[in-house]
Ligand binder design. Structure first.
Ligand code: GAR
Length: 211
């Protein structure tokens, strides 16, 4: 099977654990792919340092450096084209992507979210906030969702979800840690399904073709 080329987008604060899980899975063959770029917003972000340490090509593009958001979109598109990305993976990337990027890579951009969408999702619901909200609401299960990215926050077609229990004595930190273990596995599985050409998007549903 030919390998897909993956570009990963990370944020300024991101620790890069999902990014690392994807790099590792490409290297040990669980993903038939290669991480050809990690794109971040600042050079000293933990995820960027981690990518560089792993020998992956990094690019820094900070939206704040562009007076016009359309210029940022153009630069991002040209970076993605220069590495011939087949798939873009958001890994702790919290911004909404511009319309030109969504249009150019429709159903080829994935995101991982640390809850079972449509619970605890949307603008402002990211990272720790998600687990705080889940504990506060008293849900008995949470988990993670890998989905294709569309124009809005966390609304695109859902590819895979994994459920974890919420224990009585959980804190946001303990729940986050339990979910994160599953994020790494679920993201790798979703990317491999994509690499195998087994994901068919029908409206808001994603069908997984049998082998
Ligand atoms: C992950 O838990 C991911 O699900 C979350 O940010 C964290 C990044 O961690 N993403 C969102 O909340 C997106 N809405 P990582 O940098 O260690 O992968």
């Amino acid at each position: 099977m030919s390998k897909i080329k993956i570009a990963i987008l990370v944020s300024g604060q991101g620790r890069g654990s999902n990014m690392q899980a994807i790099i590792d899975a490409c290297r040990d063959g669980r993903i038939s792919g290669e991480v050809v770029a990690v794109i971040g917003v600042k050079p000293d972000a933990p995820a960027i340092e981690r990518a560089a340490a792993a020998g992956v090509r990094t690019f820094i593009l900070n939206p704040k450096d562009f007076a016009d958001p359309a210029d940022y979109d153009r630069e991002l598109l040209s970076t993605l084209a220069s590495v011939q990305a087949d798939l873009i993976c958001l890994a702790g990337y919290m911004r909404k992507l511009g319309r030109p990027i969504i249009d150019a890579y429709r159903n080829r951009i994935m995101n991982i979210h640390p809850a079972l969408i449509p619970m605890f999702f949307g603008q402002g619901m990211y990272g720790h906030h998600v687990h705080e909200a889940a504990i506060e609401r008293g849900v008995k299960v949470s988990g993670c969702t890998v989905h294709f990215v569309d124009e809005d926050y966390d609304t695109g077609p859902i590819i895979l979800q994994t459920v974890v229990p919420v224990e009585d004595d959980d804190t946001p930190d303990t729940l986050a840690a339990r979910v994160l273990v599953e994020e790494h596995k679920t993201y790798v599985q979703a990317i491999q399904l994509f690499a195998e050409g087994r994901l068919v998007v029908e409206g808001r549903r994603v069908r997984v073709l049998p082998r």
